[in-house]
Design a protein around this ligand. Structure first.
Ligand SMILES: *Cc1c(COP(=O)(O)O)cnc(C)c1O
Length: 454
């Protein structure tokens, strides 16, 4: 018997290994190793079929905000399901999607008030890319068809999203299927591609970006950037002011600025949206992960009048944005998203997060001194701890050693679930994590790093 159901853990494991193909997972390892089956959630904790408890250090793939099974969110979902489970936005309006868009327009950067819904981060970015290009077409510049992206960027796993990505190990296999982009250097200061050191750097990667804009003048539709933080690339934190400079360059060269706030949105960085730290308003912004507090798949591509109005015209002009997904604007997801925004206010969550960011920062100072910690990067409630084979030279562990994975397995044995990015250990907890849970998380991760690397 499991914690809640009538099917034994043994049976669940058997069926899982026989039938479920897990994402980003070498299934040969998965089928061989012992696996955990989650059956319940409570606050920041996940509970397995044998009653084991794990602190959810990565907010269930960076989505959870207010904790698992939060009663107010559960009630909002239950209420909505008794009114309407789904109705299409193709040809009909739908109550919850309307209220949510109006509410989101109040909190997104000024001027961004047109919401194109979809279901996940990848689709939100696909929409952004197609929207940006079609905008250029409608503006009489069909040759502007290329995108500048950054090395180590991650924008999702559909083909368009993969094309604008910059992570070799995920993306190189699919190269023959991808469209070409212009790859700019990542502001990854610990491993600067341009070989600058912190002392001599004057944000030279921005100059490199401008050079690419000049070289490709007339052919670039947009620059695509994860603001402040490249997430899946290894929790790479940009130097302050970088985003502002990108905005300036986009203005100077008349290129659309597309920000991917899929990971950074909804309070993760300490502001509602990361671009608000630098008062930057992009032309197009993608939001997803935290939008429905980790409950249901939901996303939106947000833009303002400049882009939106370029799509207006007589039907025969064919300016329609021919794109859409079946479950667009799903009422259940929108109802939970609305309640989540209410909780942000009711709990004064953004204010509370500031002290947790400070506590996290203080706790992280112990990690920097560890002999195999090369770099510790924090952006609000998102952290990357990069483990290295040699601290002096910064030379990385060989990926085959699975150092990051082994550290996370040690942590799991001690009741903390995290998922690494290569050899970078990730901390990305639900925003409501308590001080004592945060302390526990740090203690366990430190101990786990020590056991594996020392
Ligand atoms: C997770 C993520 C995506 C992709 O979102 P999915 O919902 O997994 O498709 C896109 N961009 C960023 C920055 C992400 O972190």
């Amino acid at each position: 018997m499991t914690e809640t159901g009538s099917i034994t853990t043994e049976q669940l494991c058997l069926w899982d290994k026989r039938h479920v193909w897990h994402p980003f997972t070498q299934m040969q390892d998965w089928e061989r190793d012992e696996q955990i089956i989650i059956v319940k959630g409570e606050g920041c904790w996940l509970i397995d079929s044998e009653g084991g408890r794990y602190l959810d250090a990565v907010a269930s793939m960076w989505t959870n905000v207010h904790g698992h099974c939060r009663p107010e969110l559960n009630d909002a979902l239950k209420e909505q399901v008794d009114r309407l489970e789904h109705s299409t936005l193709l040809g009909l309006g739908s109550e919850q999607s309307i209220i949510l868009a109006a509410r989101l327009a109040e909190i997104t950067p000024h001027g961004l008030d047109r919401f194109f819904y979809s279901d996940n981060g990848s689709t939100a970015m696909e929409v952004a890319v197609k929207m940006a290009y079609q905008y250029q077409v409608h503006s009489g510049r069909p040759k502007r068809s290329r995108f500048i992206t950054f090395r180590h960027a991650y924008h999702g796993d559909t083909l368009g999203a993969v094309s604008i990505g910059g992570i070799g190990i995920y993306h190189s296999t699919f190269k023959p299927l991808m469209f070409e982009t212009i790859l700019a250097p990542s502001p990854y200061c610990y491993r600067c591609e341009l070989d600058y050191r912190k002392e001599t750097c004057t944000m030279n990667c921005i100059d490199a970006l401008e050079e690419l804009m000049v070289q490709n003048a007339g052919s670039v539709a947009g620059v695509v950037i994860e603001p402040l933080l490249q997430g899946a690339g290894g929790m790479i934190v940009q130097p302050a002011g970088f985003l502002t400079r990108v905005r300036e360059l986009c203005d100077r060269h008349d290129i659309l600025m597309i920000t991917d706030e899929v990971a950074t949105g909804f309070g993760r960085t300490g502001a509602m949206f990361a671009c608000q730290h630098e008062d930057v308003t992009p032309d197009i912004m993608a939001i997803s992960k935290g939008i429905a507090a980790g409950y249901l798949p939901l996303a939106a591509t947000v833009t303002g009048e400049k882009v939106y109005s370029a799509f207006l015209g007589a039907y025969s002009e064919l300016k329609t944005f021919f794109h859409g997904h079946t479950f667009t604007g799903n009422p259940l997801a929108c109802a939970v998203a609305l309640k989540s925004l209410q909780l942000f206010e009711q709990d004064n969550l953004l204010a509370g997060v500031q002290s947790k960011i400070a506590r996290l920062k203080a706790g992280l100072s112990d990690f920097s001194a560890m002999p195999h910690v090369g770099d510790v990067r924090q952006c609000g409630m998102a952290v990357g701890i990069e483990l290295v084979a040699d601290k002096e030279s910064g030379s990385p562990y060989r990926w085959e050693e699975k150092t990051g994975i082994r550290v996370c397995l040690e942590a799991r044995r001690r009741g903390v679930f995290s998922r690494p990015l290569g050899n970078t250990i990730v901390i990305f907890p639900p925003l409501v994590i308590s001080n004592s849970e945060l302390d526990l998380l740090l203690t366990v991760l430190q101990e786990s790093i020590r056991i594996v690397t020392e």
